[in-house]
Design a binder for this molecule. Structure first.
Ligand code: SF4
Length: 432
């Protein structure tokens, strides 16, 4: 029985854990899991940290790692996985396409307790290239085998590109443009496979088979966004929306079959289209959790895409997105190294928090930080910081670790000038 099926009659242990960690009522979580508004990745074959994703919960951050055909270093991937966990990522995706993909995935899953997601199409196409010389010659059965095997191994959620079908491809032809082409590896390889073989997407045509496999292990189906915009000028175009409509429909079908489902979103979007994308996904899917990939909000800042996406992630979270995928400073430039993973996770956590201040209306931590700053209580400030280590390091590097003020204003410290005067002259201001 999946979490969704079990939740229809009673709260599971995982539901109770989510309720406790989010400070919410068990019954509220149970109802939302039962109706598909919250998912809890809980593969029966791998015990992981329990993480709830969905309505009313803190926005969760995914960190994607994985090898490429150019850099396939298993030790570095394990290090990246550990860094992501240590920095507070909620989930991890292993998107390896180079080296021994199964071995890398096993090593990553051994190294961390986070739920680990994958895109099974990657391994299927990589195996096809190895065995048959090309991705387009992939036998359909290989794809099913890979999905089943990854489920058995304990993968917690899978991005599967079920929403690409002949209609989506026809929409792309009719639209007759895509400034950024297709940027999803899964989407692009699958489209090539369909065109080459003149066949419908098996993941769409046999959607019930996808659901049956994932349900057996209680793997969350993340309906992949293969035609996501990879360029600002392609955002919210007819092709992207076509796939979104299909994915939302499939999310409902999967949910009705007892499978936990969520829907993935783009990609590259200017900030004035983010809210529309969130509303569309929520309305059309019956509030299935929305997993936003970025969104990257301009195309012109390579090297700073952890920031362009943090702007988008904060807004999308504020509008109701449940799950964001971090972006590292190496996006569009190269495979991330461990230090990029660290930067990406921290920045994404800040973005998620900023969004949650609006979505969950919880600003208590900001109030505590304000008071700690006013009182020049540095230890409290460090404890409250998203990244205490970075905060300590920045202050310490200026050699003023023990100073009451900091080197920003030195002896002209505004907080020091008024120290103690709030209680004396502005009675009550400290009590609010
Ligand atoms: S020195 Fe300036 S920046 Fe530093 S704590 Fe005082 S007021 Fe704030």
């Amino acid at each position: 029985m999946t979490q969704l099926e079990a939740a229809k009659s009673q709260p599971t242990e995982e539901i109770r854990t989510v309720a406790e960690s989010e400070g919410l009522d068990v019954e509220v979580i149970r109802r939302r899991v039962a109706s598909g508004k919250i998912v809890i990745p809980a593969n029966k074959n791998r015990k992981t940290r329990t993480v709830g994703i969905g309505k009313g919960l803190r926005t969760k951050v995914n960190a994607s790692i994985g090898t490429s055909t150019d850099i396939a270093d298993i030790d570095m991937e394990v290090e990246k996985a550990k860094v992501a966990e240590m920095c507070g990522a909620d989930t991890l995706m292993d998107l390896s396409v180079g080296g021994d993909i199964a071995k890398i995935r096993a090593a990553v899953m051994d190294a961390v307790s986070l739920p680990v997601g994958t895109v099974p199409l990657y391994e299927a196409f990589a195996l096809s290239i190895e065995k048959y010389g090309s991705a387009v010659d992939m036998p359909e059965e290989l794809l099913w085998e890979v999905i089943e095997r990854q489920c058995e191994e304990g993968v917690s959620f899978m991005a599967i590109h079920c929403g690409i079908n002949r209609m989506t491809i026809e929409r792309l032809k009719r639209q007759n443009y895509r400034y950024g082409g297709l940027v999803s590896k899964g989407g692009s390889y699958l489209t090539a496979w369909m065109l080459h073989n003149g066949k419908e997407n098996p993941l769409y045509e046999k959607f019930d088979r996808v659901v049956d496999i994932l349900k057996r292990y209680d793997v969350v189906l993340s309906l992949g966004n293969g035609f996501r915009a990879g360029a600002i000028h392609d955002s919210t175009d007819r092709v992207q929306i076509q796939e979104l409509i299909i994915n939302c429909e499939l999310a409902e079908i999967g949910r009705n079959m007892g499978c936990q489902t969520m829907v993935e979103g783009p990609g590259h979007i200017p900030i004035d289209e983010i809210e529309t994308n969130v509303i569309l996904e929520k309305r059309m899917s019956g509030e299935a959790p929305f997993y936003m990939l970025g969104p990257v909000t301009t195309d012109i800042a390579p090297g700073y895409d952890h920031i362009t996406s943090a702007i988008g992630a904060a807004l999308s979270s504020a509008y109701g997105t449940d799950f964001i995928c971090y972006v590292t400073p190496s996006e569009h430039l190269g495979l991330p190294f461990p230090e990029d993973v660290r930067e990406g996770v921290m920045v994404a956590r800040v973005a998620a928090y900023v969004g949650d201040m609006i979505k969950l209306k919880n600003r208590q931590r900001d109030k505590e930080m304000s008071k700690a700053r006013r009182d020049l209580d540095w230890q409290r400030q460090f404890r409250l910081a998203v990244d205490p280590e970075r905060a300590r390091e920045v202050k310490g590097r200026r050699g003023d670790g023990d100073e009451r003020s900091c080197t920003m204003c030195g002896k002209f410290c505004a907080s020091d000038i008024l120290a103690g005067m709030f209680e004396k002259y502005l009675e009550g201001s400290d009590k609010k």
